[in-house]
Design a binder for this molecule. Structure first.
Ligand code: PLP
Length: 510
């Protein structure tokens, strides 16, 4: 493909994306394909001869699009939003065009320095403590990881290495392998699966402590667990708290957790993958309480900041702790500006060596939407969730399971779990909206999340109409079935059924 063809293909692709996003409400949010559909449609070998881009783009429409779940649709209400925006898409395109890998400053100074700039912009926008900024006096700073899972893993691994070094300094008689075998970490039973996975990958058990009835993990629970473990000879390493749990968007009590972590010299990491966006709002300032005492935190720009996946911000109070833990050098990675302040070699802050130019899409998005545009986006999602919450409250057949939090409403039809399951199944079969279930203390419920880069009040009404009408239909069907069962019951009271070889006869009961 030459540059001329690239221009044509690229322009056609931009038109294709704009049409797709502009008309996304026209499509059912869930695809209507069966497993293996694409395997049957595509050849098993790559083409020997080149094909034209027009054929390829035609096939994207014909075979790929039907197999998409439309995450950008405002009728998507599952998980948490995975945002995008036009400027961010352009940023992604430009980064691909440059095709650089920015693992050290010399590999593309603009990649490293733009990341330093946008991470400080973001830290200020979210009103994080100043020590998280690169521009601060101390060793703090921010980095863009691919996902919250990676950020959590980096924190867990760095905390583990720090704990091994510091324990061996005070107990040189204990072997390294013995120290490693005694390490233990903590999180809440409401935390995201990626935290448990980080424990598996770090070969360190993570105790998932019971959150309270309000889904919140507090310092006293952590303290009790740490005391038990210390008494049993274990070495506490890190607590991963959550601001905005995946199930109900609950906020762990960072103030009491940080006090316990300080007392026992345990690293405190905060996973604010979704809720971090709300730190920017004055009306949500309570969420930031205690953040001045945490060691690290992460927030997914691809959830709430209109930057497309993958883009997860992570801040460290002392980046040296990560750099010292992960610094593995080779002569070919060295350059003469290494170690200079303000120009980090981000390869030491992450798991892979190579790194994408993610800061470009962040910079373009922030500049073209502005801080006020980003705040308005978060506020709009909150307002739309409030609208949905009111609809739930007004219908006595439903109940809220937890207080609405940001753009998430957790609710269920009153009754047993079976009704929730059946309602969700009907909604999934109809494919007009997409939600998922969650469970707490044996009670299943539905999670309604506001998603999409351009969600409107009418999208909320659309979803509610779908949910409540399906519950009405379900209840009608159930009462019909109950009536039929009642009739059969009455009949069998009056008649006895006699089965002979091939005959059934009814006889009036005595
Ligand atoms: N943490 C929380 C609270 C989440 O809700 C999620 C995903 O929704 C994650 C972590 C995992 O995010 P990622 O896919 O970026 O690893």
């Amino acid at each position: 493909m030459d540059a001329k063809e690239f221009r044509e293909f690229g322009k056609a692709a931009v038109d294709f994306i704009a049409d797709y996003l502009e008309n996304i409400r026209d499509d059912e949010v869930l695809p209507s394909v069966e497993p293996g559909y694409l395997l049957d449609l595509l050849p098993t070998e790559m083409p020997e001869e080149p094909e034209s881009w027009k054929e390829v783009l035609g096939d994207i429409n014909r075979v790929i699009k039907p197999g998409l779940t439309h995450w950008q649709s405002p009728h998507m209400h599952a998980y948490y939003p995975t945002s995008t925006s036009y400027p961010s898409i352009v940023g992604e395109m430009l980064a691909s065009g440059f095709g650089i890998i920015g693992f050290s400053w010399i590999c593309s100074p603009a990649c490293t320095e733009l990341e330093v700039v946008v991470m400080d912009w973001l830290a200020k926008f979210l009103k994080l403590p100043a020590h998280f900024q690169h521009a601060s006096e101390g060793p703090g700073g921010g980095v863009i990881q691919g996902s919250a899972s990676e950020a959590v893993l980096v924190a867990v691994l760095a905390a583990r290495e720090q704990a091994v070094v510091s324990y061996r300094e005070s107990h040189p008689e204990v072997s390294e392998s013995e120290v490693r075998g005694r390490l233990v970490a903590y999180s809440s039973d409401q935390s995201n699966s990626c935290i448990e996975k980080a424990g598996v990958l770090a070969a360190m058990p993570i105790r998932l402590l019971p959150a309270g009835e309000d889904f919140v993990l507090r310092g006293e629970t952590l303290k009790q667990a740490i005391q038990e473990d210390v008494a049993a000879g274990k070495i506490p390493v890190i607590c991963v708290a959550t601001l905005g749990t995946t199930g109900t968007c609950a906020y762990d009590d960072i103030e009491t957790l940080s006090a316990v972590c300080e007392e026992f010299k345990v690293w405190l990491h905060v996973d604010a993958a979704y809720a971090g966006g709300a730190f920017a709002l004055d009306e949500c300032s309570d969420l930031r309480k205690g953040l001045d005492r945490v060691d690290s935190l992460n927030f997914n720009l691809h959830k709430f900041m209109l930057v497309n996946f993958d883009c997860s911000a992570m801040w460290l109070r002392d980046a040296n702790k990560v750099v010292d833990s992960f610094n593995v050098d080779r002569i070919y990675l060295k350059h003469k500006h290494e170690g200079q302040s303000q120009i980090p070699d981000f390869r030491h802050w992450q798991i892979p060596l190579g790194r994408r130019f993610r800061a470009l899409k962040v910079w373009i998005t922030f500049r073209t939407l502005g801080a006020e545009g980003l705040r308005n986006h978060v506020r709009k999602h909150i307002e739309l969730a409030k609208q949905f919450e009111q609809l739930v409250i007004k219908d006595s057949r439903f109940e809220l399971v937890a207080p609405r939090a940001l753009g998430l409403v957790c609710f269920r039809p009153k009754g047993d779990n079976e009704i929730t399951t059946q309602l969700l199944q009907r909604l999934m079969d109809r494919k007009k909206i997409y939600m998922v279930k969650a469970e707490h203390a044996g009670r299943q419920f539905l999670r309604f999340v506001v998603c999409g880069m351009d969600a409107k009040a009418s999208d909320i009404d659309f979803a509610w109409e779908e949910i409540e009408s399906q519950l009405t239909d379900l209840q009608k069907e159930q009462s019909l079935t109950t009536r039929k069962a009642g009739n059969v019951g009455e009949l069998t009271q009056h008649f006895q059924i006699h089965l002979t070889n091939n005959n059934a006869t009814l006889e009036k009961s005595q």
